[in-house]
Design a protein. Structure first.
Length: 289
């Protein structure tokens, strides 16, 4: 039912990075308010309306790990399913990451694929992701795979490639022990847009969504972004998927985002972060330097 109201233009907007601009976010909120008001939730911890699915309206959950298990149990897999399984077998062997720490998503996982479909897989855990990342580079170097780059960010992420005649993409998902946030544990207050340059001090969570980059050496790029010492952000959070895994420890990035005050409710601790993809500004990005 939800799909019926999506025009072609709306679909394109949802896929575009401009999804996270303030103007488009307001448009989406109004579309849902008119057609699906149950999907709008006012979050008192962020003091804003969010698009979210009520739990009682969720009929099924497709977990990538479970989808891969089901795929491996298919009696007569078709050519694309077979290719996907062969790819994961090769990557698992090359990386040393067990198949239990992989998952399948996208059209293959939902058994809605066609001959034109891509292969989309998931790696569980940050350490496993790094092992797979290295293994893919080695497989590219010996000619078994090929990277596909359409822009500078693709080249930095190296998340997309070609296996035989098929495009594949991979991403990371947290293991349960890596989930370190819980809804209701903090209150978030937007302050103002900022533009700055900084250095990455910790990239151990940059592959997830949202991506987290801990930073040092904050340098404002305009007068409005000059901050008091106690308001210097300690991390950059990206809700925009294309900014995952594009910069690493010691590298410099240029950022445009929204400065946010975070209050840990239980302890009263206050710290600051910058959010890219906050839907409060028309220009938000992370660029590796």
């Amino acid at each position: 039912m939800l799909r019926r109201i999506w025009s072609y233009k709306t679909k394109k907007l949802f896929r575009a990075e401009k999804l996270y601009t303030a103007k488009n976010y307001k448009t989406f909120i109004e579309v849902f308010r008119k057609n699906f008001p149950d999907y709008i939730y006012y979050c008192p911890l962020r003091n804003k309306e969010l698009l979210t699915t009520p739990l009682d309206l969720i009929e099924d959950v497709f977990v990538p790990r479970d989808c891969l298990i089901k795929l491996r149990e298919v009696d007569n897999p078709d050519s694309l399913q077979t290719m996907a399984l062969n790819l994961l077998d090769m990557v698992s062997e090359a990386s040393g990451v067990e198949l239990d720490d992989f998952g399948m998503h996208g059209s293959i996982a939902l058994n809605m694929h066609s001959v034109e479909s891509d292969i989309d897989f998931v790696v569980y855990g940050s350490e496993n992701f790094r092992k797979v990342e290295l293994a893919l580079t080695e497989l590219v170097n010996i000619g078994k795979l090929r990277y596909l780059f359409s822009n500078r960010l693709d080249k930095a992420r190296k998340f997309q490639g070609r296996y035989m005649n098929k495009i594949f993409m991979y991403n990371a998902a947290r293991k349960p022990g890596e989930i370190n946030t819980k809804y209701g544990s903090a209150r978030f207050s937007p302050i103002a847009p900022v533009k700055f340059q900084c250095r990455i001090s910790d990239d151990s969570e940059n592959m997830f969504r949202p991506a987290t980059y801990k930073i040092t050496n904050y340098k404002s790029l305009n007068p409005e972004s000059e901050l008091q010492i106690d308001k210097i952000p300690e991390r950059v959070i990206s809700n925009i998927g294309c900014y995952r895994n594009i910069a690493h420890n010691g590298s410099e990035i240029r950022v445009a985002g929204n400065l946010e005050r975070v209050e840990v409710i239980k302890t009263g601790e206050i710290y600051y972060q910058v959010v890219v993809g906050s839907a409060t500004s028309e220009e938000e990005y992370i660029w590796p330097l």
